[in-house]
Design a protein around this ligand. Structure first.
Ligand SMILES: Cc1cc2nc3c(=O)[nH]c(=O)nc-3n(C[C@H](O)[C@H](O)[C@H](O)COP(=O)(O)OP(=O)(O)OC[C@H]3O[C@@H](n4cnc5c(N)ncnc54)[C@H](O)[C@@H]3O)c2cc1C
Length: 557
């Protein structure tokens, strides 16, 4: 039997049971829950904070789908493959773009209200890397908030979906066959479900979102600590493409020492014609790419970072003054309000911006049905790597991926249930006890991990910068081990479990990024500036060794 690992935590003090337990309440998790109900399965959604506290609610620009006249899934496929820089799984992309339009229509049927023109047709905008207007949006620039509102309202009215908020999932539980049989979690509740407990289920779905909090500057909310990837690694699952972190080119620059979640100035602002300029007002993207400001995100983020380095500046500017007040107020009300709250008026002044970690293209490896390499463990949304993004995600493909692959997981579970292949599971308690406990770093390690990652494995990377990051991370791990040996371990609690997850994900990410000696998609190596298809047109698959260290192996070509 392979060695598995678990976070250091007290033994479960309570138990609950359901058919399908879904971890996370963003677009992916809630879509799975709503759809497994159609197959007559009970669902339990457990979520770390409140229901709408993930990235989904922050999504601004919209959701991409070939809904417009003259647009086709084939053209959407072409744009996605170009952005993915040779590493997309073409079949997964084909699934995304062909099932996408109907998935959006089903989302609308669930209650999501998209912006429509006077003729009643859905309004579509353009974003970087798209050669067509195919981004549907809601509330101007509040697409994610509307999707979240509609899905939360739908799950709340379904008595077959149990919702547990303030519940941090720790680790997977399996049966004697190694099939997922539930999970352990810590609930900050009261009454019967308080403290560490266990949920038994026929299948487990990870929909825990991204890992932006691994870096100090990110657009992701505080809950995006990579827990699902860390849990999957500890459970023995394969993860892939961790090195492909997308840095958003234009989060609002709020000062030199900014940390945590930064406000985002959506790509749609450039889609509508805003210009990137330096302090001298020069449009530096013109001439660098045929799409200028609308080039794929990695190109724009790198061009901004380079310009900042050349000019010794810590930010550049996005100039949308020519939109005029009326357009700002109607098309981008949220962004306008956010900028004004930070003392900048985009109607009269260019907006200061600088790149920050935004999206994890990699994650827990899944097949087209959302199955991971651990039987009964599924993953969808940002935590998963279905293969649709390759080395770089095309803007607004992620909400769509969450929808489409969540529906596919529900369909797979429904099919297995109908075929009698989804029996109740009995947790193998001995296996759970035999899993090796991971020593916990102190909660202060979070900020240090973030600093190391932003400095060493950010937009521009090199062997030297990543060696520094790896050494710093190894030191944090060593200290956690020695504190256990000295019998003064960190307390098992939310902050230290999150720090342990961040440490594992960061270590795995740096190991993969250091191994990939080329520049591709959103992975930019200063010391290997060329794309190297001969050696690197393949994925790195990461698993945990018995020691608990992540090991990345190049996939066979
Ligand atoms: C500012 C911003 C703007 C964006 N704009 C767009 C856009 O315009 N278009 C687009 O397509 N994409 C956009 N994205 C990306 C997109 O929003 C996300 O990729 C997508 O919403 C992820 O959905 P999800 O369901 O996978 O995860 P999330 O919505 O992040 O939800 C994850 C859930 O998991 C829970 N969770 C995490 N860990 C645990 C744990 N250990 N235990 C229990 N629960 C846990 C969280 O609390 C949360 O409920 C944007 C992202 C950001 C941050």
């Amino acid at each position: 039997m392979s060695v598995t690992h678990r976070l250091t935590a007290p033994a479960p003090g309570w138990t609950a049971a359901t058919d399908v337990v879904v971890v996370g309440s963003g677009v992916a998790g809630l879509t799975v829950a709503l759809n497994v109900r159609k197959a007559g399965l009970r669902a339990m959604v457990v979520t770390k904070a409140v229901l709408d506290e993930g990235s989904t609610r922050w999504a601004q620009g919209g959701i991409a789908a070939a809904l417009g006249e003259g647009d086709t899934p084939e053209q959407h496929l072409d744009d996605t493959l170009v952005a993915g820089a040779g590493l997309c799984d073409e079949e997964a992309v084909r699934t995304l773009v062909t099932e996408g339009p109907d998935a959006v229509r089903r989302l609308i049927a669930t209650g999501a209200l998209f912006d429509r023109g006077e003729d009643g047709e859905i309004l579509l905008t353009r974003e970087g890397g798209h050669h067509r207007r195919r981004i549907a949006h809601a509330g101007g620039d509040a697409t994610g908030a509307e999707i979240s509102r509609a899905l939360v309202a739908a799950v709340r009215t379904d008595p077959g979906i149990e919702l547990i908020e303030h519940a941090l999932v720790l680790d997977l539980l399996t049966d004697t066959e190694g099939h997922a049989a539930g999970l352990t979690l810590h609930v900050m509740g009261e009454g019967q479900r308080d403290g560490v407990g266990a949920v038994r289920a026929r299948a487990v779905v990870l929909a825990t979102g991204g890992m932006g909090q691994v870096f100090s500057a990110t657009t992701n909310p505080a809950v995006s600590t990579g827990d699902g990837v860390a849990l999957a690694l500890r459970a023995g699952a394969a993860v892939t493409d961790l090195e492909f972190v997308q840095f958003h080119p234009t989060p609002l620059w709020v000062g030199p020492d900014a940390e945590g979640q930064l406000p985002l100035i959506s790509e749609a602002v450039r889609g509508e014609g805003a210009h990137l300029v330096d302090a001298g007002g020069v449009r530096f993207m013109v001439g660098q790419h045929e799409l200028a400001e609308l080039a794929p995100r990695d190109i724009v983020a790198k061009a901004i970072t380079r310009r900042m380095q050349e000019q010794g500046a810590d930010h550049m500017f996005l100039d949308g003054r020519h939109f005029g007040a009326e357009m700002w107020e109607h098309r981008f009300p949220t962004i306008l309000a956010t900028c004004r709250a930070h003392g900048i008026d985009p109607v009269t002044a260019p907006i200061p911006i600088a790149p920050a970690a935004h999206y994890a293209s990699g994650g827990v490896r899944t097949d087209p049905r959302g199955r991971t390499s651990v039987p009964g463990l599924y993953a969808c949304g940002e935590v998963a790597c279905t293969g649709v993004h390759g080395a770089n995600r095309l803007a607004s493909n992620s909400l769509l991926e969450g929808l489409v692959f969540a529906e596919r997981i529900a369909a797979d579970l429904a099919g297995r249930h109908a075929a009698g292949e989804l029996p109740e599971r009995t947790v193998d308690v001995a296996a759970a006890r035999a899993a090796r406990p991971v020593p916990l770093p102190p909660s202060e390690a979070r900020a240090e991990i973030q600093r190391l990652m932003s400095r060493g494995a950010g937009v521009l990377r090199s062997a030297a910068s990543m060696a520094d990051a790896a050494a710093g991370l190894a030191l944090i791990a060593e200290q956690a081990h020695s504190h256990v040996a000295e019998e003064k371990p960190a307390d098992p609690r939310v902050e230290t479990w999150e720090a342990a997850n961040l440490l594992l994900v960061a270590t795995a990410l740096v190991a993969a990024a250091a191994q990939r000696e080329e520049t591709r998609g959103c992975h930019w190596r200063e010391d290997f500036p060329e794309r190297d298809d001969a050696h690197w047109r393949r994925h790195l698959i990461t698993t945990l060794a018995a020691s608990g260290d992540p090991v990345s192996t190049p996939e066979e070509q």
